[in-house]
Design a protein around this ligand. Structure first.
Ligand code: SAM
Ligand code: SF4
Ligand code: SF4
Length: 374
């Protein structure tokens, strides 16, 4: 008997599907407010500056997929800093107030400080400075914290999945030490990047024993640990529901040792649910993307390294903004094209995740986290 071989989605060979946004016939001056089909405003832009990374976190860039033969984007495909800045200004004119640089590992992008400097000069529609931040694995943070701060970066989020060195090395899968991440965090604190948030992705059975030790380590330091449920992003991380540890359980475990009380959200659409230590030791956050969908308030749009727009972290298709940026179009035309894309947005994957048919339909076509950023 011969086996039928069903080819699986080939990550090495694919380019995600995209369409070029159309320019509306009637152009309107951006008013700083654009809403999607569920009245969700456009508030938060995440910009991926590279799809490369020096870590191979098991939940994000598993080694067996992102190996030496994996094809990353060639340099010619990347948006230039000037193109990113122009895009950022157009988004700000549509109401964006917060920009996060991400990746891959954003500090690997050459001269990233230059881009930070360009973005830090942008004010929001209401005349306030942009809330500009960056998410990093901290491998280069000790070296770059001062120059990033000098360039105008205000704060950073650092990813750290365990305080136990053996567990952390196993999760980053490149034998990177906890001590080096902590050194990066201390340097960032010393140069005044604040507040610092530490993101820990919790995988049941892999690092959930680290929940309380992480809380213990960072309590009283002014650093906010945010526990993130392991998500089914991309198509390569072998996500299974039974490896998701619900945030409610994270809160229960910490509360047992260090009693907690709930804190009000800073603003509508904040992804993290906030809790504080009753004894004044600071606060933590939980991001329950799987067990408690927050699509209703989702005001985030993502720009990939080569200039595609994605309306959802779990999207399977993007919009080729680069084609407009490199075409002969005015700012007004491009801003209107972006507004039209946002106005047509219906995305709500996390609300539908429990439906197996929805999961199945996207399973092999979802964009990777390292491509689009967190
Ligand atoms: N390399 C940088 C870093 O790790 O901070 C920035 C990019 S990384 C894709 C952004 C965030 O996504 C990180 O905090 C990471 O832990 C998180 N992340 C990646 N894959 C995830 C997954 N499957 N579920 C939940 N969070 C994930
Ligand atoms: Fe790299 Fe960040 Fe993904 Fe880890 S989570 S592999 S550090 S991009
Ligand atoms: Fe936003 Fe998509 Fe996440 Fe829902 S699933 S919160 S729409 S990114």
């Amino acid at each position: 008997m011969t086996d039928t071989v069903i080819p699986i989605f080939d990550l090495r060979d694919h380019r995600y599907r995209s369409m070029t946004p159309s320019i509306p016939e009637k152009l309107v001056e951006p008013s700083g407010l654009v809403a999607d089909t569920r009245a969700r405003p456009l508030h938060d832009l995440r910009i991926s500056v590279t799809d490369r990374c020096n870590f191979r976190c098991v939940y994000c860039m598993p080694k067996e997929v992102f190996d030496k033969d994996y094809t990353f984007l060639p340099h010619s495909e990347l948006l230039s800093f000037e193109e990113i800045e122009r895009t950022a200004r157009l988004f700000v004119s549509l109401g964006v107030e917060k920009i996060r640089l991400t990746g891959g590992e954003p500090l690997l992008r050459k001269n990233i400080e230059k881009l930070v400097e360009m973005l830090a000069r942008i004010d929001t529609v209401s005349g306030k400075p942009l809330d500009l931040t960056l998410t990093t694995n901290a491998s280069l943070l000790a070296r770059k914290a001062q120059s990033l701060r000098d360039a105008g970066l205000r704060r950073v989020s650092v990813s750290l999945d365990a305080i136990d060195d053996v567990t952390f090395r196993r999760m980053n899968d490149v034998d990177f030490a906890v001590a080096d991440v902590l050194h990066g965090i201390e340097t960032a604190q010393a140069v005044g990047l604040a507040p610092i948030k530490v993101n820990m992705v919790v995988k049941r059975g892999t690092n959930d024993a680290e929940i309380v030790p992480m809380a213990r380590h960072f309590r009283g330091s002014g650093i906010i640990v945010r526990y993130i449920e392991f998500m089914d992003v991309g198509a390569s991380n072998h996500w299974q529901m039974d490896e998701v540890l619900p945030s409610a359980e994270v809160v229960r475990r910490i509360d047992e040792v260090f009693p907690l009380e709930a804190v009000q959200a800073n603003y509508a659409g904040e992804t993290a649910e906030r809790w504080r230590y009753r004894d004044g030791g600071g606060e933590i956050g939980v991001i329950s993307s799987v067990t408690h969908a927050f699509c209703g308030d989702c005001s985030r749009i993502r720009l990939s390294t080569e200039g595609r727009l994605y309306l959802c972290l779990f999207a399977t298709e993007g919009y080729d903004l680069r084609a407009l940026l490199r075409g002969d179009y005015s700012d007004l035309q491009v801003a209107n094209a972006i507004a039209q894309v946002w106005q047509g947005r219906t995305d709500n994957y996390s609300e539908q995740r429990s439906n197996p048919a929805v999961r199945q339909a996207r399973a092999e076509r979802k964009i990777e986290m390292s491509y689009i950023g967190g």
